[in-house]
Design a protein around this ligand. Structure first.
Ligand SMILES: [Zn+2]
Length: 404
């Protein structure tokens, strides 16, 4: 639908200028009006007028006084207002989580509740998530942070325009439309709540806050494949420091790359997918862990592997080997030479890493240098951080809506 500005609202040129100034402040927190004018090519008068609007609607705050060079006139630095934030909510197969990220990029609060969501209906899960979101909003308000919008991230393929979860096989969801449910997570937020894929969110977190964030120092992680290990195996492709989601938003689904022609049946309906060897249940089963026991399966696996239990170690090594096959094939197709592993792959790094490197060396020698195999340091909050940060960017992109 064409974006036609309505009368009395901010016009196109001013929208573009507003976006330029906000991007300048986001990219260089503490920049002065003079620096923003120099960077954006706008006049200082026009930057000052835009900044006045941004200060008034509370998206931006004045910070420290800085000098432009030794003799320059002192200017006041501008930052995104840390008293504004975004909510993230996550539905995963064995937990629910919420988090609050402020506009300076700090995760202020997060809560994870273990819950078996396999074959749960949205109507069972949403009320719990809404209560968690309410607690998060109260927590944020207690620290003076107003939540302007949010994002719900799920382990499945999504269609964002109409808020539909197309397929989340491990939840048992197909064609679930959430247009009515999403706003209930954050009822008064001016920018609403959007929907995303969990592995894409975690890939973006890695780009903005993890390995991709040091590309000033090195550009090794300018292009990478992110692989998240949960009950399912998800993936996200980052090309030229942007998420490459593909024409329908489903690119990077490395969990369903076929690694064995006669492999087991997968939740997606296919056979021999990476997920059937490297998903959590597959590893637990191969390690001899009783999936019906109520004990923490990952804690059991880690403890067995640390004790040198051969069955546990070979189960994890088998996952690493098949991971190498899928990563090698994907890297060839997408012309990338770096990979970041998150979720249980990061928790099992000690055993996964050598098996994965051997497999990559065997199937695609020289394609991915050893230093380009990295493990996420964002822990279980990666997808939450990525979803909230995406929401912050969406809010900044629509900032003109707040200007009277
Ligand atoms: Zn599959």
């Amino acid at each position: 639908m064409p974006d036609t500005p309505s009368p009395g609202r901010v016009g196109d040129v001013r929208r573009q200028n507003l976006a330029l100034v906000l991007a300048g402040i986001q990219g260089n927190g503490g920049a002065t009006r003079a620096q923003l004018a120099a960077e954006s090519g706008l006049t200082k008068a026009s930057v000052s007028s835009i900044v006045a609007d941004l200060l008034e609607c509370g998206l931006v705050r004045e910070a420290s006084v800085t000098r432009d060079g030794e003799r320059g006139r002192p200017g006041t630095g501008l930052v995104l207002n840390p008293a504004r934030g975004a909510l993230a909510a996550e539905i995963n197969v064995d937990y629910l989580a919420v988090g609050v990220l402020d506009f300076s990029g700090d995760l202020l609060f997060h809560e994870t509740v273990e819950r078996h969501n396999r074959a749960s209906q949205p109507a069972d899960i949403l009320p719990i998530l809404v209560a968690m979101a309410r607690r998060a909003a109260i927590e944020a308000a207690g620290t003076g942070v107003e939540l302007l919008g949010g994002e719900l991230t799920v382990p499945g393929l999504v269609e964002t325009e109409h808020n539909v979860v197309l397929a989340a096989p491990n939840l048992g969801w197909a064609d679930v439309e959430l247009s009515e449910e999403l706003p209930t997570l954050l009822p008064d937020a001016p920018f609403g709540v959007s929907l995303s894929n969990e592995a894409n969110s975690a890939a973006l977190a890695e780009l903005w806050f993890g390995h991709g964030a040091d590309h000033g120092k090195s550009d090794r992680f300018r292009d990478f494949l992110y692989v998240s290990g949960e009950v399912g195996v998800g993936g996200g492709l980052v090309i030229a420091s942007q998420l490459f989601a593909g024409p329908q938003g489903h690119a990077g689904e490395v969990g369903h790359v076929v690694v064995h022609p006669d492999g087991p049946l997968c939740a997606c309906g296919g056979r021999g997918c990476l997920e059937t060897f490297a998903g959590q249940d597959a590893i637990y089963s191969a390690a001899g862990i009783d999936l019906d026991s109520t004990a923490q399966h990952m804690a059991q696996l880690l403890s067995h592997a640390r004790d040198g239990d051969e069955r546990a170690i070979s189960a994890v090594e088998q996952a690493g080997r098949y991971l190498g096959i899928a990563v090698a094939s994907t890297a060839r197709v997408a012309n990338i030479s770096a990979v970041v592993l998150g979720g249980h792959f990061a928790a099992l790094e000690e055993w996964i890493a050598p098996a994965l490197r051997r497999s990559l060396g065997h199937h695609a020698p020289g394609l991915i240098p050893e230093g380009n195999v990295a493990f996420s340091e964002l822990g279980q909050t990666g997808a939450l951080i990525g979803a909230a940060a995406t929401s912050v960017r969406r809010i900044l992109g629509q900032a003109y809506e707040l200007i009277p």
